[in-house]
Design a protein. Structure first.
Length: 106
């Protein structure tokens, strides 16, 4: 094996691993968030997709936003990036029985 290649391989092993932010998907269908509970890393994003054929919904984090957000009509989506650790409950404003939880870890 080439000595230069060995040196580069060893150097790569010694460097800290850089984690890439991920994007997760939550589907909204049949009056449910799926998955209802999701665990992600700090810096990751979630996209909520309304998969209903005729029904509108929204994604409301009451602890983060005081006003109810705009509705997501069929085929609409909403994306949010999480920069803080913690647990974040959310609800569909018009359909209070629809709830979800995002847990953000390191």
């Amino acid at each position: 094996m080439n000595k230069q290649l060995v040196k580069l391989s060893l150097l790569a092993l010694m460097l800290p691993q850089v984690s890439m932010a991920a994007t997760h998907v939550v589907d909204i269908k049949k009056f449910k968030f799926s998955p209802q509970n999701i665990t992600i890393n700090v810096g990751d994003s979630i996209i909520w997709h309304n998969r209903e054929k005729r029904q509108y919904h929204n994604v409301w984090f009451k602890s983060l936003f005081s006003e109810e957000p705009d509705y997501l009509f069929p085929a609409d989506s909403y994306q949010l990036t999480f920069d803080k650790l913690g647990q974040f409950n959310y609800v569909c404003g018009p359909h209070k029985k629809m709830t979800g939880l995002v847990t953000v870890v390191e």
